[in-house]
Design a protein around this ligand. Structure first.
Ligand code: AHR
Length: 500
């Protein structure tokens, strides 16, 4: 039986937030060094940025990039990474058991962000540091001139302030692995005091309090309640982080990862609104889903150096993504878009080489992983308002989440042009799914483009030698009296664009 989807322009969730299509560049492995920055690379510009990577970042459609971490930020001294390159110290990076050469720092990141056309989003170190260092970094970045640190920035070559709007107050401070990790009470107090002080420099900042590192943390829920009770007046966002992977060959549960993301987001909204109600506040806290992706944390790729080995930019977290991983990434974007009323920013973690859609070889090529495609197409064509869809379909049994719908979908509609984009996944492993989208509430319409990402070999992954043989392909679709018809292959992500 065909799955049916009812689409109605009246079912508006919220406008598409451009910041939903953010990403993340941490000092970790080869994300920065030989990723964004490789002065000796044949494509490097005069600032040492790889142009081949910049081109792919623009094609990916990333809108905002979080920097410099991640776990790295909790031991970072930002002053090490500014000023004359030959005077910058090398330091131990305890988070990733590496050596940080500091050749790339705040000024390089801001110049890179400008070249890439993305908004910079900064994190401050609340692990080994505190209010004063956060204020210093803010002064360096955002004060126009006439103070020691703003003038230092100008001396270092940046006449204009960077005007960074969005700031994370630390990173994953609930995690026992985090340098300087804290209890919710300790962190909530520090985040509140840091936020209040930062707002004395600039009241218009958009600040993010750390939420839970994932929804299965033992403190999840209680952490958010305590932290938001302390910071409700001080922040606009609470963060969420989630990484998914196929565990013990359980593909069905893996394909249903979006169900967990929906649950995570809904639970954080409920907790934030509970705190708001208790505090008699009408303000609604937004979610900054500032780390999300597929990440095979148990694989050798994620094993840290150890002992006396403190390498510079080691190969770390270089997951190779297959077709099923790309379908899951597409489905997680569907979940994020569906919650656009509260998820106001999100960062695919990460951008280059480290659990990333873009890979590079030092001195060699840059290429797209499978996960690049659903992200790039969603970022390019999700425009206007997000529409909630009424989906009727069969269910598939999963070990982790019980019975879940085989089809997940969301749509966007540009009210000015009337253009629609529908994004879908088929989670069924062993069968195609015929889909009929009821478009009766849309006057005249024609299919502009329909593409699908699928492959009989679910394990296919891109490499430097072949990154193109599994890319989105045209999907046969047509409009009949009862709506838009197409068939989704098993384990697939698809996009159908309709012009009105
Ligand atoms: O993205 C990799 C790591 O995952 C980040 O450094 C940390 O915040 C999270 O645990």
């Amino acid at each position: 039986m065909a799955s049916t989807i009812k689409l109605d322009p009246e079912y508006v969730v919220a406008p598409v937030n451009r910041r939903t299509f953010g990403s993340f560049a941490e000092h970790l492995g080869r994300s920065i060094y030989s990723g964004l920055y490789e002065p000796d690379h044949p494509s490097a510009d005069r600032q040492g940025f790889r142009r081949d990577v910049l081109d792919l970042v623009r094609e990916l459609g990333v809108t905002i990039v979080r920097y410099p971490g991640g776990n790295f930020v909790s031991g970072y001294r930002w002053e090490d990474g500014v000023g004359p390159a030959d005077q910058r110290p090398r330091r131990l990076d305890l988070a990733w058991h590496s050596t940080e050469p500091n050749s790339f720092g705040v000024d390089e990141f801001m110049a890179w962000a400008k070249a890439a056309g993305v908004e910079p989003m900064m994190a401050v170190n609340l692990g080994t540091r505190g209010i004063q260092e956060a204020l210093d970094l803010l002064e360096y970045c955002n004060v126009p001139s006439g103070t020691r640190l703003s003038d230092q920035r100008r001396t270092n070559g940046a006449e204009e302030p960077y005007r960074v709007k969005m700031w994370c107050l630390g990173n994953e401070m609930d995690g026992p692995w985090q340098i300087g990790g804290m209890t919710a009470h300790e962190y909530g107090r520090l985040a509140s005091r840091t936020a209040k002080a930062m707002r004395m420099i600039d009241p218009t900042l958009e600040l993010v309090a750390c939420g839970s590192s994932h929804s299965s943390m033992p403190t999840f829920g209680l952490w958010e309640r305590e932290v938001l009770t302390q910071t409700y007046d001080d922040v606009e966002f609470v963060s969420t982080h989630a990484y998914y992977f196929e565990e013990d060959g359980d593909l069905a549960s893996f394909l249903a990862s979006g169900v967990n993301m929906d649950y995570f987001i809904d639970s954080v909204i409920a907790t934030a609104d509970h705190v708001g109600a208790a505090l008699k506040q009408s303000k609604k806290i937004g979610i900054s889903f500032d780390e999300w992706n597929v990440w095979y944390q148990q694989r050798a790729e994620s094993r840290l150096p150890s002992g006396d080995d403190w390498p510079v930019a080691p190969v770390l977290l270089e997951d190779k993504y297959n077709v099923a991983d790309a379908v899951v990434v597409g489905s997680l974007l569907i979940s994020l878009l569906r919650h656009s009323d509260r998820v106001r920013s999100a960062c695919l973690a990460q951008l280059v080489n480290v659990i990333a859609p873009i890979m590079t070889q030092p001195g060699g090529p840059a290429w797209k992983q499978t996960t690049f495609h659903p992200f790039a197409l969603t970022a390019r064509y999700a425009k206007g308002d997000v529409l909630n869809l009424a989906v009727r379909c069969a269910t598939v049994a999963t070990k982790k989440f019980g019975d879940v719908p085989t089809i997940d979908a969301v749509a966007t509609r540009d009210a000015e042009t009337g253009d629609l984009a529908i994004f879908l996944v088929n989670r069924q492993v062993d069968g195609g799914q015929e889909v009929v989208v009821d478009l009766s509430s849309i006057a005249e319409r024609k299919i502009v483009e329909s593409v699908v990402l699928a492959n009989p070999d679910l394990m296919w992954a891109a490499s430097a030698a072949d990154s193109t043989s599994v890319a989105p392909q045209p999907l046969t679709a047509d409009i009949q009296d009862d709506g838009l018809h197409f068939t989704l292959p098993p384990v697939s992500w698809a996009m159908v664009r309709v012009a009105a």
